[in-house]
Design a protein around this ligand. Structure first.
Ligand code: ATP
Length: 451
């Protein structure tokens, strides 16, 4: 039977630490709540998520440009955006164990942790406040941005004036955002510091509904195209009556994590709220001049706003599998776990495009200098093209298992036949099937698999 929460999440967290994917932050000092660090394989995985999003959103589209705006901004931005006034959560404290909860998560009058008495709900600002300059005084207050989107709106005019964009067009950005969150501790799902990928797609007001529908579907399909199981993904349309005052429509794309259905990304039709607000508070004209009609207008904006860390976590969780395999299925001749019987293998069935390491190069035996020489030559040839790993230590079976656990889709084994026929064995992570490929074809063979 498949494992369920909390055991499954525990196993994933432990694999992530054991294999250098995600570590607890500041661990040698006892950790730091709701903060995690990406290890050597985790950073590759997360970079792949960002790279694929950027390729899809910016590189392959003539109508979208990129941006990288600063984390610290003039505090007026947060006044205009409404964050200073609206961006807070009602929180409740337990008088006995002092734990703090979101009011939304409290279902009865007692503390869920110790059944102690609870305080009234108090509003809690989610933005981190900081000070610019040598003195901590009100005049020097600014905030760590809680979203990347505002840097896009404040640069709207700059992009219009410095590029050739015409409606409809988008500005995309990937960057860090910060929120002083109280969380139930679902690993990297909700953290104090996280990365967002956000697109602001500016459209004529009359086409906003149709564009909203297009982006809603496109963002759902993106997760599927990268291997997320379709039955684990759903749309959650917000009720019209629950929408924030500026939003005309909002849909979340949700994933079924072991801890329940939770938001990966929100797609919103925000009307002209943001540009109108910044125009009002800054006193600058942010209108778009339409060359054809010779009219000025404030475009509407469709915003697909997702979390890089949440997407990465969903890809990890969805890829995680434990399966019983026969011990014989591991090694080719000579290597091995040996014998009959069965064993459990843990495997990350990541889409090859997401996998941190694309191929591992394994000489069958370390002691044979001829095999080692060929293996090292192959490693040198492939490494300028993709992340590959050379590993000669331990049995081939054990080396396969290690690569399975970090999601490497292909293991290339060099054996005695390689010396004569100039071919190698390629072992596929998911099926564990093996086939032979000519050494001279390896680069194009792997390149094809990553398309
Ligand atoms: P939630 O309801 O889960 O708090 P939200 O609706 O406040 O999310 P948005 O403000 O719409 O989130 O932010 C867009 C995206 O940024 C979210 O869909 C999520 O992927 C990501 N995100 C937001 N807050 C966090 C966080 N604390 N940690 C990790 N990712 C986050």
């Amino acid at each position: 039977m498949p494992k369920q929460e909390p055991e499954l999440m525990k196993d994933i967290v432990s694999l992530c630490k054991r294999r250098g994917i995600i570590y607890p932050n500041s661990e040698i000092y006892g950790g730091f709540a709701n903060t995690w660090d990406y290890g050597p394989y985790g950073v590759l995985l997360k970079n792949n998520v960002k790279k694929i999003w950027w390729e899809e959103m910016v590189q392959k589209r003539a109508d979208i440009v990129g941006l990288d705006s600063a984390i610290l901004m003039n505090p007026k931005v947060w006044e205009a955006s409404g964050h200073l006034k609206e961006f807070h959560d009602p929180l409740i404290d337990c008088k006995k164990c002092k734990q703090r909860f979101k009011a939304d998560d409290i279902t009865d009058a007692k503390c869920p942790n110790c059944k102690g008495e609870l305080t009234e709900a108090k509003e809690f600002q989610l933005m981190f406040k900081t000070f610019v300059g040598p003195v901590e005084e009100d005049k020097s207050v600014t905030y760590l941005r809680p979203e990347t989107a505002q840097g896009i709106f404040t640069n709207f005019k700059n992009v219009l004036d410095s590029t050739r964009v015409k409606l409809p067009f988008g500005i995309a950005q990937i960057g860090k955002a910060f929120r002083n969150e109280i969380t139930p501790g679902n690993f990297t799902f909700r953290t104090l510091e996280f990365e967002q990928f956000e697109l602001e797609y500016f459209v004529y007001p009359k086409s906003a509904d149709a564009e909203f529908k297009k982006w809603r579907q496109a963002r759902f399909d993106w997760y599927i195209s990268l291997g997320i199981a379709k039955n684990k993904l759903r749309f959650q349309d917000h009720d019209k009556k629950d929408l924030a005052h500026y939003a005309k429509a909002v849909t979340d794309v949700e994933y079924e994590f072991p801890f329940g259905w939770s938001e990966l990304e929100g797609i919103a039709n925000r009307g002209d709220y943001d540009l109108a607000q910044h125009q009002k508070v800054s006193g600058q004209d942010l209108a778009y001049f339409d060359e054809e009609t010779k009219e000025k207008l404030l475009p509407f904006v469709i915003e697909p706003s997702g979390g890089v860390d949440r997407a990465t976590l969903a890809f990890l969780v969805d890829a995680y599998a434990e399966e019983s395999v026969s011990s014989k299925s591991s090694p080719p001749a000579g290597g091995g776990v040996g014998g009959g019987g069965s064993e459990t293998r843990t495997v990350l069935r990541l889409h090859p495009k997401l996998a941190p390491i694309k191929a591992a190069i394994l000489p069958l035996v370390k002691k044979d200098p001829k095999l080692v020489k060929i293996a090292k030559e192959i490693y040198e040839e492939l490494k300028p093209h993709f992340f590959v790993e050379y590993d000669e230590d331990g049995t081939v079976g054990k080396r396969y298992r290690r690569q399975d656990e970090i999601g490497t889709p292909f293991c290339i084994t060099i054996d005695s036949d390689s010396l004569t026929d100039k071919t190698v064995t390629i072992r596929h992570r998911d099926s564990m099937k093996q086939g032979r490929v000519k050494i001279t074809d390896l680069l194009s063979w792997i390149t094809d698999q990553l398309k």
